[in-house]
Design a protein around this ligand. Structure first.
Ligand code: PLP
Length: 402
């Protein structure tokens, strides 16, 4: 069948491949532990569910204003001021079906053919594809693992030219867990300012910074008007399936994005919007509780991984991923497996994830889909017990490489 070009221009999700392989094994009766999760393993807090229930009981089941109901835009403004020192008003906020949807609307609104958009490697898988969907070109800039995966600024400067229209940043980062320090954020904004670029800040993991308070770029340099702040209820409030995220930025951008959204999804889900109000301005105690749990799990995972030869990782400053350097295994030979006949040499992160799935029965994500050639991603949004078992199984498998 012949489809429009844009379908072939974008890639599908990389985690899908591993999810499918793990599912095949499970179907064959093999127990597989998954460290693929890109979402909290906690349930959505009860007071948020109660608000949704109440909304349904009260018949709150119709279309809402396209950019979100005023109470929710107000709640988002209150939350941004309270937690992030980002001072904004409801007319500077648009609510969408998750922060990815907000980012999609923003890319379609701001970028077009001939434009270049800077993306830092390793990147969240959707960033290049969203830029492609806008017919613009992603330009990749390397980051420094030694320094929270902050940009290599020489390279960043060198890649900015008259076609550059924007920079997409994501701290805390998926997949690296890197959290940029204030200086790196400031330097990036100064560069954006000097070249008159949009700065799109994906703050989906803003509540999950473990070693330093998270600082929103819009609060670090409040004077720069071309910063767009993307936040989400997904990770902060364990609400991935509710699909509520929002963007704060200049009124004109909000108006243009609202026009786009009005012709695609009409509005975000009415019931989820009521739940999101309870999330953003209701009891916040679980945010700190979840953060403390993830922080403990991070310690557990990193400490146990550090005992395995050939592998190395840093303490991720945020999010719930360990980005494990597996290049020490490249060139090693592993025994025959059910998937691959004969002995084989490990050469890529994908080889390592397949080897780990095959011999440790643990599903992880290879770095290639994030634009990386040395790492694999392990999620610690799983129980302590699963972390311990999974890492022990990986250690046992690695002990057998030659
Ligand atoms: C960096 C990043 N941005 C955006 C998203 C999507 O979030 P949402 O559920 O708000 O669309 C994710 C989800 O994994 C993510 O990791």
């Amino acid at each position: 069948m012949i489809f429009a070009d844009r379908v072939s221009r974008i890639k599908s999700s990389t985690t899908l491949e591993m999810t499918n392989q793990a599912a095949e094994l499970r179907a064959a009766g093999v127990e597989v532990l998954s460290l693929l999760a890109g979402e909290p393993d906690f349930p959505t807090p009860e007071h948020i569910i109660a608000a949704a229930r109440q909304a349904m009981d009260e018949g709150y089941t119709r279309y809402t204003p396209t950019a979100g109901i005023p109470q929710l835009r107000n709640a988002a403004a209150t939350k941004l001021s309270r937690d992030n020192k980002v001072e904004t008003g409801p007319d500077q906020i648009i609510v969408s079906n998750g922060s990815k949807h907000s980012m999609y609307n923003a890319c379609l609104t701001l970028f077009q053919q001939g434009d270049e958009v800077i993306i830092f490697t390793p990147y969240y898988v959707s960033f290049p594809e969203l830029v492609h969907l806008a017919h613009a070109t992603p330009i990749f800039v390397d980051t420094d693992p030694e320094h929270g995966f902050e940009p290599r600024f020489n390279e960043l400067e060198a890649k900015i030219n008259s076609r550059t229209k924007g920079i997409i940043m994501n701290s805390p980062s998926n997949p690296t867990g890197g959290v940029w320090n204030r200086e790196a954020v400031e330097q990036t904004i100064q560069l954006a300012r000097r070249h008159d670029l949009w700065l799109l800040s994906d703050e989906s993991y803003e509540a999950l910074s473990y070693d330093q308070p998270f600082e929103s770029p819009a609060a670090v340099v409040p004077g720069y008007k071309k910063i767009l702040t993307f936040q989400s209820c997904s990770k902060t409030y364990a609400m991935t399936g509710w699909r509520i995220g929002y963007m704060a930025g200049p009124k004109e951008v909000v108006a243009a994005m609202t026009k786009m959204q009005g012709q695609s999804t009409t509005c975000p889900n009415s019931i989820s919007q009521m739940a999101a109000i309870a999330a953003l301005i209701g009891d916040q105690s679980m945010v700190a509780e979840h953060r403390a749990a993830y922080k403990r799990r991070r310690g557990l995972m990193v400490e146990r991984l550090s005992r395995i030869p050939f592998l190395s990782c840093r303490n991720p400053g945020g999010a719930f991923y360990v980005f494990l350097n597996v290049s020490g295994l490249f060139g090693k030979t592993v025994n025959s497996s059910s998937h691959q006949a004969g002995n084989r040499q490990l050469r890529t992160p994908r080889d390592v994830t397949e080897f780990i799935l095959d011999q440790a029965r643990v599903a992880t994500v290879s770095g290639e889909g994030f634009g990386d050639q040395e790492h694999i991603r392990l999620s610690f949004a799983v129980s302590d017990e699963d972390i311990i078992t999974a890492v022990d199984c990986i250690r046992a498998a690695v002990a057998n490489v030659n």
